[in-house]
Design a protein around this ligand. Structure first.
Ligand code: JD8
Length: 380
């Protein structure tokens, strides 16, 4: 695979020499070329930027130097990778895709970015991939290009000593990594989990899977494959036959809310079984079952351009295991494409709920009524 980098900071890529990519070059797996964009400027000051049309802060990279550089470096049919905060998310799946290309050219922008016509022009003869390495702002595309290079290069056949290790990785199977340990078995009073010392490979594999699911549910519920319920179980839309158990679960869960919010009117405790059966068809309701037992549920429906989430319930004896976070992520996931945000409310005294919602990205938006607070989150 050949990799070309076009940048106004060529020294930014000197780490490539030292890094894994450098070793891949030594193995003949990679050909690396770094180019200074100013080579394609013709004025005394080697100008690469100018003021933005339409006004605004900052400068924009001029099209002419880029056009000439890509005329020379980007063969027809090759792939132009343009790191940009407005790009599609870079994922392991994208890394696998790019690892299958023969030739990648990285256009590393600076300032406010590259004149869009450079990309539109290149798209006429090559694949153009505008990619973001994350929802935060860098000052240029170089760091992103290095990250993409490492993620792609290490997937090249013959690159990693033992391809085996590639299989088990984070994001490879959609789940986060399980915790890892090495010698000594006890360190500063902290011991390695017994299962890992048991030699029972099946138990070790189960423990690792459960840890991977638990971590993913807690830290990245958006990555949770629908089927992987923390601790096991089945998530599905409600059916009328669930109504009885749902009503019981609702009473069980809101008793705690009543204690946390003395004097506050709690609708879930003031509705009858028939009330519940009446509202079931008016909401999107997901239920969680494990070995036939209803262990959790959540409902949501559209409220303007928001997805109004509520009645998030987990049986008291299974709370604190990531099931609430999982249900919240799943009820968010089934929102219609055009909702712009999620909203929910809980008791002002329900601090544990509020902490969970905040960890999930929700922000307090004030009181809906005395003792009841609203939280919202923009849809990603
Ligand atoms: C390329 C110029 C800076 C960005 C004004 C700050 C990727 N995940 C990512 N975050 N930021 C980038 C990125 C930032 C870049 C360029 C990539 C070229 N900038 C600009 C727009 C706001 N400045 C990135 N991948």
């Amino acid at each position: 695979m050949r990799l070309d980098y076009v940048t106004i900071f060529p020294d930014y890529f000197s780490p490539l020499e030292l890094s894994l990519a450098g070793k891949a070059r030594d193995k003949g797996l990679l050909e690396l070329h770094v180019h200074d964009l100013r080579r394609w400027t013709h004025d005394r000051h080697h100008t690469v930027d100018d003021t933005p049309y339409g006004g605004g802060a900052g400068m924009v990279m001029r099209p002419e130097p880029w056009g000439e550089a890509l005329d020379e470096l980007l063969p027809d049919g090759a792939t132009l990778v343009v790191p940009t905060p407005s790009g599609t998310p870079f994922t392991q799946a994208v890394a696998r895709e790019l690892a299958g290309r023969e030739r990648l050219v990285f256009a590393c922008g600076r300032y406010e970015g590259i004149d869009q016509r450079v990309l539109d022009h290149a798209a006429g003869r090559a694949e153009v991939r505008e990619i973001s390495v994350g929802d935060y702002v860098l000052n240029g595309g170089e760091a992103a290009a290095l990250a993409i290079t490492e993620a792609v290069a290490r997937l090249l056949p013959g690159f990693m000593g033992n391809a085996e290790s590639l299989v088990e990785e984070s994001h490879e199977d959609g789940l986060l990594e399980y915790p890892v340990y090495t010698k000594p078995a006890s360190w500063r009073g902290l011991d390695v989990p017994d299962v890992l010392l048991s030699g029972d490979h099946a138990r070790v594999a189960d423990w690792r899977r459960a840890e991977a699911v638990r971590r993913t549910a807690e830290r990245r519920p958006d990555l949770m494959p629908p089927s992987a319920v923390p601790g096991g179980g089945e998530l599905r839309p409600v059916v009328p036959a669930d109504a009885g158990e749902l009503f019981t679960l609702q009473l069980a869960c809101w008793v705690q809310e009543m204690h946390d919010n003395p004097g506050v009117e709690i609708p879930a405790l003031n509705e009858t079984y028939d009330d519940l059966r009446a509202w079931l068809p008016e909401w999107t309701v997901l239920v969680l079952r494990r070995e036939g037992r209803l262990i959790g549920a959540a409902r949501a429906r559209r409220e303007g351009d928001a997805w109004d989430i509520g009645r998030l319930m987990v049986v008291p004896d299974l709370q604190g295991q990531g099931l609430g976070r999982f249900l919240l992520a799943e009820i968010e996931r089934v929102a219609p494409d055009d909702v712009a945000s999620y909203s929910l409310f809980t008791g002002a005294g329900s601090l544990r709920n509020q902490r969970m919602y905040k960890r999930a990205g929700y922000r307090l938006r004030g009181e809906l009524e005395p003792g009841v607070v609203v939280l919202t989150k923009p849809r990603r």
